[in-house]
Design a protein around this ligand. Structure first.
Ligand SMILES: [Fe+2]
Ligand SMILES: [Fe+2]
Length: 334
C-alpha cells in the first residue's frame, strides 16, 4: 500500500504528504511496519517534503535539525509578515461595524460612510448666459457625442469609464488650492477639503462600478489615453480659469445625472439585471443588506447632483470676482 502511495505521488508530482496520511495505514499494522529502526528512518526520509539532496541524510540528528531550521524559517517569515501589517510594531486597532462585525475595508473607514441625500433636486440646471458658460455647456454637449456613440446603452460600462474621468477635477482643484494656500499663507475656506472629498467620492463610485463591470483590455487602454489628456488639460484650464473649469464640471455632473437616470430606466424595464449591490457599496452608503443595483445607482446619482451644485456654486463665486475661500465650502457631505 505504501509503495503504491509513493508511486502515485511521484507520477502526479504532488506532495507526498497528501498521499501518506495515517489514514493509509490501518492502525494495527503501523506498529509492525515500524519494527526496525532502519525502516523508520527510511520512512522519515521519504515523508520529508524537502526533495533537496541534503535532506537525504542517514543521521536522525541532522534530519531533526533540518526540520527545526525549517520551522525557524517559517516562524521568521510569519513574524516578518506580521510586521508589514503593523506600523512600527503598533498593531492596528480592531474596527467594527455598528452590529459588532469586523470592518473589512482599509480603503475607507466607518466614520467616512454616509447616507446619500435622496431628497436633492435632480432636475436643477444652470442656464448658460455668459459666453464662458455657453462655451462650457457646448463643450460638455460635444464631449457627450463620442461617449454616446461608443457606449450606446451599455450604462454599466459607460458609468465605470466616466467615473475614471470624474474623479480627476476634484483632485486637480484640491491640489492647486492646497499649493495656493501654502504660497499665499492663507486659509482655503474649506474648499481644499470639499474638492478632495469630491475626488474621493467619485473614486468610490468607480470602485463600486468595477465590482459590477469588468473592464476589457481596450477599455483600460482608453482610460489611460483619456486620463493622460484630461488630467493635463484640466490642470492647465484650472490655472487659467477656475471659473470655467468648475462650470464645465457642473455641466458634466448634469450629464452624469442624466446617464444614471437612463441606467435606472433600463433597470426598471428589466433590460439590465437588478443584481445585488456589491458589499463595498452597502458599507459605503450604509445601505440595507438586501440592497440592489437600483439602490446603488440611486445613491450615486444623488452624489452627482451634489457635485453639480458644488461646482456651479464654485463657478458662481468666481463669476462674482471673488475667491473661493470667501464663501465657506459645503464640507462633510461628499
Ligand atoms: Fe460619479
Ligand atoms: Fe460626479
Amino acid at each position: 500500500m505504501m509503495i503504491r502511495a509513493v508511486a502515485r505521488s511521484l507520477i502526479r508530482g504532488g506532495s507526498f504528504h497528501r498521499h501518506t496520511s495515517m489514514a493509509v495505514f490501518p492502525a494495527r499494522s503501523v506498529d509492525g511496519f515500524f519494527r526496525s529502526r532502519r525502516t523508520m528512518m527510511m520512512m522519515m526520509m521519504m515523508m520529508s517534503t524537502d526533495s533537496s539532496p541534503s535532506s537525504y541524510s542517514s543521521s536522525p540528528e541532522k534530519t531533526t535539525s533540518l526540520k527545526e531550521k525549517e520551522d525557524e524559517k517559517k516562524e521568521t517569515k510569519a513574524q516578518s509578515n506580521a510586521m508589514v501589517s503593523s506600523y512600527w510594531g503598533v498593531t492596528k486597532k480592531k474596527i467594527t461595524r455598528e452590529d459588532g462585525t469586523e470592518w473589512p475595508w482599509n480603503c475607507f473607514m466607518p466614520w467616512e460612510t454616509y447616507a446619500a441625500d435622496l431628497s436633492i433636486d435632480l432636475s436643477k440646471h444652470h442656464l448658460p448666459k455668459t459666453f464662458s458658460d455657453k462655451f462650457a455647456y457646448r463643450t460638455v454637449k460635444i464631449l457627450r457625442i463620442p461617449t454616446d456613440l461608443f457606449f450606446k446603452r451599455r450604462y454599466g460600462c459607460r458609468a465605470m469609464m466616466l467615473e475614471t474621468v470624474a474623479a480627476v477635477p476634484g483632485m486637480v482643484g484640491g491640489v492647486l488650492l492646497h499649493l495656493r494656500s501654502l504660497r499665499k499663507f492663507e486659509q482655503s475656506g474649506g474648499w481644499i477639503k470639499a474638492l478632495l472629498e469630491e475626488a474621493e467620492n467619485e473614486r468610490m463610485h468607480l470602485m463600486t462600478m468595477v465590482e459590477l463591470v469588468q473592464p476589457k483590455w481596450y477599455e483600460r487602454l482608453l482610460v489611460l489615453a483619456v486620463q493622460g489628456v484630461f488630467f493635463n488639460a484640466y490642470f492647465v484650464l484650472y490655472l487659467l480659469s477656475p471659473k470655467l473649469a468648475h462650470r464645465i464640471v457642473g455641466y458634466l455632473e448634469e450629464e452624469a445625472i442624466h446617464s444614471y437616470t437612463e441606467y435606472l430606466k433600463d433597470l426598471n424595464d428589466g433590460k439590465i439585471e437588478n443584481v445585488p449591490a456589491p458589499a463595498i457599496a452597502i458599507d459605503y452608503w450604509r445601505l440595507p443588506k438586501d440592497a440592489t443595483l437600483k439602490d446603488v445607482v440611486t445613491v450615486i446619482r444623488a452624489d452627482e447632483a451634489h457635485h453639480r451644485d458644488v461646482n456651479h456654486f464654485a463657478s458662481d463665486i468666481h463669476f462674482q470676482g471673488k475667491e473661493l475661500r470667501e464663501s465657506p465650502a459645503p464640507v462633510g457631505y461628499h
